[in-house]
Design a protein around this ligand. Structure first.
Ligand code: 4AD
Ligand code: MG
Length: 477
């Protein structure tokens, strides 16, 4: 059977033609009007049923959430709100949804409640919009890179290295946890493990992307990454998706340009291709804003915010300049920051990032040249010997959305830094080999996909923009 999506039917010229549709019931009014949805679009198709023509028992089974197949004639709709409707001549119930126990009803459910029933939340307008947008954004990312001559690299998910050197890894093992094999010194004998060594889930595909960039020039990864950081925040997940381009011959400025172009491209693509979903989320956001006290409301609507981001250059300032701004800021002077800014060298907290973006510049900001002490081992050391060519992009309402750098391509410098930071140079001979053989300047960054989707959809909790969120204490579904 070739099924036509409701999206295509809703834009068809109605000429009384006979059509069969399949979908789920969103509402059933007056025993007569069924709002049918199949997820291809935000809009429902109105089915008109003459209940007197069907057995009462069959009509009773048309409930919110039930799945039906209906055949009828497509005609122009007289009612407001839709162009076409289907006058049903026959229909069958493919799947019942007992209203006594079905948890979703056509009313507003809280996001917290919907998170508990994440297996069903796709069926709401909000979540179907979010996941259609998530698809479009991921497609746009591949298109952006493909059009620019990048190659998509599949970096490994199981690795034996810690790309960020932060030790926030989930271990991977087939050893029996209740009977771990031990060496004479009492340490676990990983020689008996599946890979003959300790392994973990990847925290980043960057190091492998760098290896490939030293031959293919322009590559990117787009895959799941895992962090066992105990961050119970609306912006952290234990499993998230990251996009990591890596480009030979790029310096830190090229890196910033690439990141800004890419973010703007994806946002524009979603605006152009998901108009209905964005309009819905824009309304939703405005409703949410109305619930808040005046001073906490956003200045912009969601659509204004997206356009503002597209139409303005991101502000680019050094870490040192940012510290000066923060030091002299009103909240710092009035002791309003939980972590007061006292001296150069401290890591920026989310409250500082958000002050810069939301209060001071009121637009996306790229911070670069960070102190080397607060950044990863692979970042290129600047002439001043104290900073590295790192860059973070900060977005309104989100904070850090991108983290990247120019890479240290000089073997000696890299080895020295790795030794200082206790990164095992012997085990990572393969990484150092790129610096031994045909090294060159290169740069890359990581974009947190869910943080981008948060920004585009105007949602506020990262757990609502990934189908099945993983966070401390939760791996349901
Ligand atoms: O800043 P991060 O840790 O950088 C890296 O992993 C580099 N290897 C990237 C590179 O240069 N190729 O992470 C990059 C981005 C962050 O800016 C953030 O958007 C996102 O990944 N991110 C998270 N998103 C959700 N949950 C978490 N726990 C995240 N940790 C990082
Ligand atoms: Mg970072």
């Amino acid at each position: 059977m070739s099924r036509r999506s409701l999206k295509s039917i809703l834009t068809t010229e109605p000429e009384g033609q006979e059509i069969t549709v399949l979908g789920w019931v969103r509402s059933f009014r007056s025993n007569r009007f069924i709002a049918l949805n199949d997820g291809s679009t935000m809009s429902n198709l109105q089915l008109v049923v003459d209940f007197e023509k069907f057995p009462e028992a069959q009509i009773k089974r048309v409930t919110v959430g039930s799945c039906i197949k209906a055949t009828g004639n497509l005609s122009a709709s007289l009612g407001a709100g839709q162009k076409v409707e289907l006058t049903v001549s026959q229909f069958e119930i493919l799947g019942d949804a007992d209203p006594g126990v079905y948890p979703l009803q056509p009313k507003k459910h809280s996001l917290e409640f919907l998170r508990e029933i994440a297996h069903l939340r796709f069926r709401t307008n909000t979540f179907s919009a979010i996941f259609r947008i998530r698809h479009a954004a991921s497609f746009a990312i591949h298109k952006f890179f493909n059009d620019q001559g990048f190659f998509y690299l599949h970096s490994p998910i199981i690795t034996s290295s810690d790309a960020e050197g932060a030790g926030e890894m989930f271990q991977v093992t087939t050893l029996p946890l209740d009977k771990l094999p031990r060496n004479d010194d009492g340490k676990i004998d990983f020689k008996k493990d599946f890979f003959n060594r300790p392994t973990n889930l990847t925290v980043s595909g960057q190091l492998e992307a760098e290896l490939a960039a030293m031959a293919l020039s322009k590559v990117y990864t787009f895959g799941p990454t895992f962090r066992a950081e105990n961050s119970n925040t609306p912006r952290h997940l234990a499993e998230f998706w990251m996009i990591e381009p890596e480009v030979a011959f790029n310096d830190i400025n090229d890196n910033m340009n690439l990141a800004e172009d890419m973010l703007k491209y994806v946002i524009q693509y979603v605006i152009d291709n998901c108009g209905e979903d964005i309009a819905f989320l824009n309304e939703r956001d405005q409703e949410e804003q109305k619930q808040k006290p005046q001073q906490e409301r956003n200045e912009f609507t969601l659509i204004e915010k997206l356009n503002f981001c597209l139409n303005n250059n991101f502000e680019r300032i050094t870490y040192t300049e940012a510290i000066e701004i923060l030091k002299n800021s009103t909240p710092n002077k009035k002791g309003k920051f939980q972590y007061p800014i006292e001296k150069w060298g401290t890591d920026l907290q989310s409250e500082h990032e958000r002050f810069l973006v939301e209060k001071h510049f009121k637009k996306p900001v790229i911070l670069y040249n960070y102190p080397k002490e607060i950044k990863a081992f692979y970042m290129r050391q600047n002439e001043d010997n104290t900073t590295v060519a790192a860059m973070d992009i900060l977005f309104p309402g989100i904070g850090e959305i991108v983290g990247g750098s120019q890479r240290e391509e000089r073997l000696e410098n890299l080895e020295r830094r790795m030794n200082e930071m206790h990164i095992p140079t012997q085990e990572m001979y393969w990484y150092l080999d790129t610096r031994r053989f045909g090294t060159c300047p290169h740069a890359g960054f990581g974009l947190g996909f869910e943080r981008l989707i948060l920004f585009i959809t105007g949602m506020t909790n990262i757990r609502d923009v990934i189908p099945f969120p993983r966070y401390p204490g939760n791996a349901e579904f």
